[in-house]
Write a protein that binds this ligand. Structure first.
Ligand SMILES: Nc1ncnc2c1ncn2[C@@H]1O[C@H](COP(=O)(O)OP(=O)(O)OP(=O)(O)O)[C@@H](O)[C@H]1O
Length: 832
């Protein structure tokens, strides 16, 4: 007991003596509860009062700043923990009250066109995060289009022009769209933490020197105070470093979100940029050829690179400013001048020796894309390759691509070796040696001039200077290292810029399908794409009550524009045809014919012709994915919801439910939003005789089944799914390209009669004249730009069909004679 009270007394004595010796504060008369307040007030007074002792004032500054940083760090940490606890408690109580529901839809469309999505996060499936997807801003794309179109054409000064900086400044507008954007705040925070980090390093360097001095001079109490400060300052120092890392990561993710959204909005919209890209003049560029890789991988790499380059440059620049200001006081202007001369010389040498990393990195990305794409192609065509036994040739190809990729990767590392050797020698060793020299200059000078060698002070000076010199050298070397990062960033920036520029060109309303101008005809523009007025000159009329083509030249889009390969000349037809009735009364004799015009419902046309004559191309023109080059060409089409084009190759969305395949291109959300019911789908499947598929699941559960439907369904089933889509969407007009070539004869008969029963207007593209019986009109494409339209209900058509029947019957009559001839021949052969 006695021992404990003695210890307590000693401790109390120490607590009173300690503030007195360190800060000149006498706490003997102060009540224990008021200690902290009095200490803080005293510290504040010491700082404010210019007459207070210098060492006391300095110490007060150090203690107060350390306390402030530590308190902020602790408060923010505590706040975070409390916030986390409250949110968890709230979520738990909400989940308890909430009845268990199964979410079937994840999106809600708001009135302003924005979408609200709920996505699961964390392990608990009940935790859903609300995500708001704002509607697309079309004006912004129209505005930005000009930035990309006129890039590099309006250079103010050749001297200060940098392609990289100009490209980056345009992309920056996408990454940080406005000044008040959250990314601006994140950048500001990051700069704040970077400054704080440097400031803390400076503070730690001084504290370090102070502690060494305390140890050498044997001042135990001062040593304890400084050690306490050291521990306290460690909190904000560690917090700052992780905050910088976190902000860098967060910024990179936000940039990626903005850039990807920007690209998706242009790539996937009603202007069909994803399809038209193949016609652009840069279609062969690796960025466009592997656009999937560019959008997924290059965007990520670019965002990571730009954020790390920012941090890698900002950190050393701030360090250089702070440390050099501080060191200037210690080393003098000559010392600091010497350091910077050294930096500039080193910077110059390293810049000269930096390998062309931008170009190499760009090539490596292209090689990665090629390799990845080839694998994708393999996966998509596994069965075909297996049937052909094409393993050997595929392996050779894939190995060649892999070898090329490895070569490119090695090349990047190989060119870095020499540079890294030079970098290490100069930055690590030469700079440290120079650091020692500069750090010792003031000590040597002071010792020589005063003749006094104060070891304690010298030691402190040297420790502080050395630490700062090393930090300065480190900052300088990081700045030099970032040459390499900038070179890599240049490569990524160029790829992303190319991607955006091409997307803007293709997305533009006057995209000319990659036509190149004739240099002789237009002397003003020597090269580059033409404008719409010069190449695509046909007219499109929308919301027409039918499909009408007037004088349309079907030309394959190419760089030759309207001079490209013409498949069909001046094509003209209309569905449903306009039927004109002349009133043969007395007026007609007066040459005033009263004409009655109406369009019959449920008309159909069959397009026949040899392979490659341009049948599908007519569908492409009707769907407006190919241009009409000739000026007098007119295309009239119904509204988008009334026209449905079925492509030759049935398409199924990846990883979708069976329901989503039937209702394609409607999404499941829209299906339910519009009040559709599964009952309708069951009826539709019944109509196309696919209802047996539903029996594979319990009740109607098969509609929710997810599979690779293009592999699961047979060829005929896939084509019948197309008919199910028509039956579900009920468009007034449908264009079917070889839609029944895998379907049995009786089923084909049934399906065409179904289309007729529902009075759809349809155009069928086929090679089989047997389909004539289901159609009212036949369009025969000749293959030499010619075509012939025949009305299958006219006398002429009936006569021609009757004639054909007569010819066939004549031929049949001769069958007996031919058979006799054949048996005679067989007998002769047997004798021989
Ligand atoms: N994107 C394209 N680029 C270049 N040429 C093309 C393109 N699309 C089609 N063609 C060419 O246009 C011609 C007509 O093609 P289209 O698909 O219209 O033929 P088709 O009459 O439907 O033939 P099939 O009966 O074999 O389906 C073909 O020679 C084809 O090679």
């Amino acid at each position: 007991m006695a021992e404990t009270s003695i210890t307590r007394q000693r401790l109390g004595h120490l607590l009173l003596k300690f503030p007195y010796e360190c800060l000149g504060l006498d706490l003997s008369g102060v009540a224990r509860g008021k200690y902290i307040r009095v200490v803080l007030e005293h510290l504040w007074r010491l700082i404010r009062n210019p007459n207070s002792a210098l060492n006391h004032r300095k110490r007060a500054q150090v203690i107060l700043i350390t306390l402030a940083f530590s308190a902020t760090t602790a408060a923010s940490g505590l706040g975070y923990v409390v916030y986390g606890l409250i949110s968890r408690l709230r979520a738990d109580s909400f989940n308890k009250r909430k009845p268990i529901m199964r979410r079937t839809r994840s999106q809600v469309m708001l009135d302003n066109g924005a979408r609200v999505m709920y996505v699961p996060y964390e392990e608990n499936v009940n935790n859903k995060k609300r995500i708001l997807i704002r509607p697309k801003n079309d004006d912004m794309y129209e505005h930005d289009k000009f930035l990309f179109k006129y890039f590099g054409k309006n250079k103010v000064s050749q001297v200060f022009y940098s392609k990289f900086i100009s490209q980056l400044s345009i992309i920056y507008r996408i990454l940080v769209p406005k000044f008040t954007d959250r990314n601006s705040f994140l950048i500001t925070f990051q700069i704040f933490f970077l400054i704080m980090r440097t400031w803390l390093s400076l503070f730690v360097a001084r504290l370090d020197g102070q502690i060494v001095k305390d140890i050498i001079s044997g001042k135990g109490k001062k040593f304890l105070v400084d050690l306490l400060c050291w521990f306290l300052i460690a909190f904000p120092a560690s917090y700052t470093n992780s905050a910088i890392k976190f902000l860098q990561r967060k910024l990179s993710l936000n940039f990626r979100i903005n850039l990807t959204r920007y690209i998706h909005d242009m790539y996937l919209d009603k202007r069909l940029a994803f399809y038209k890209l193949t016609f652009d003049s840069q279609a062969s560029s690796s960025v466009i050829a592997n656009i999937d890789n560019s959008i997924t991988s290059d965007v990520t790499k670019f965002c990571d690179a730009i954020c790390s380059v920012f941090a890698n440059i900002a950190k050393p620049v701030i360090d250089l400013i702070f440390f050099s200001v501080y060191l200037r006081d210690n080393l003098g202007t000559i010392g600091i001048g010497g350091i910077f001369v050294n930096y500039f010389i080193t910077g110059y040498i390293l810049k000269r020796w930096t390998p062309p990393l931008g170009m190499l990195v760009s090539k490596r990305s292209a090689a990665e894309g090629d390799y990845y794409n080839y694998h994708l192609n393999l996966i998509n065509n596994t069965e075909e390759i297996a049937f052909y036994h094409g393993t050997k040739v595929e392996r050779t190809k894939v190995n060649a691509l892999y070898d090329y990729l490895m070569d490119q990767m090695l090349l990047v590392d190989r060119v870095k070796i020499n540079y890294n050797i030079l970098e290490d020698y100069v930055l690590k060793y030469t700079w440290s040696a120079l650091g020692y020299i500069f750090a010792s200059i003031p000590i040597v000078v002071t010792t020589i001039t005063t003749g006094v060698n104060n070891e304690e002070v010298n030691m402190r000076e040297f420790i502080v200077n050395k630490r700062l010199m090393l930090s300065l050298a480190d900052a300088g070397s990081r700045l030099m290292h970032s040459f390499k990062d900038i070179a890599q960033l240049t490569g990524y920036t160029n790829r992303i810029f190319t991607l955006l520029a091409v997307l803007h060109r293709v997305h533009s309303a006057d995209f000319n399908y990659g036509a190149i101008v004739d240099e002789d005809k237009d002397s003003k523009i020597t090269s580059g794409p033409l404008t719409n007025t010069e190449t695509v000159r046909g007219t499109v009329q929308r919301s027409f009550n039918g499909i009408r083509l007037e004088n349309i030249d079907v030309i394959i889009p190419s760089k030759h524009g309207k001079e490209g390969t013409k498949l069909i000349n001046k094509l003209r037809f209309q569905i449903p045809p306009v039927i004109t009735l002349d009133n043969t009364n007395s007026d007609s004799q007066l040459n005033i014919s009263q004409k009655l015009m109406f369009q019959s419902p449920g008309s159909s046309m069959l397009i026949l012709g040899p392979n490659g004559c341009g049948k599908t191309s007519i569908q492409r023109i009707v769907a407006e994915i190919w241009p009409i080059y000739n000026k007098n060409g007119l295309l009239s089409v119904p509204g988008a919801s009334e026209l449905f084009c079925i492509p030759q190759k049935p398409y199924f969305i990846q990883g979708g439910t069976f329901r989503e395949q039937i209702i394609y291109p409607m999404s499941a959300d829209t299906f339910f939003d519009l009040g559709h019911r599964d009952k309708e789908l069951v009826h539709v499947l019944g109509e196309v005789k696919l209802d047996y598929l539903l029996k594979r699941g319990k009740g109607w559960q098969y509609l929710d089944a997810v599979a690779e439907w293009k592999d699961v369904l047979s060829g005929g089933e896939r084509q019948r799914m197309n008919f199910a889509r028509i039956m579900f969407h009920k468009p007034r007009f449908a264009v079917l390209d070889e839609a029944t070539n895998a379907i049995s004869g009786d089923m084909e008969d049934y399906l065409f009669n179904l289309l007729k029963r529902y009075r759809f207007n349809f155009i069928t593209i086929s090679q089989r004249p047997s389909l004539i019986k289901y159609h009212d009109l036949a369009l025969e494409i000749g293959g030499d730009e010619s075509w012939r339209l025949q009305d299958l209900g006219t006398d002429e058509a009936i006569t021609s069909i009757e004639k054909e029947i007569e010819t066939l019957e004549d031929k049949l009559e001769n069958v007996n004679t031919w058979e006799e001839e054949r048996s005679a021949l067989t007998k002769k052969l047997a004798h021989i």
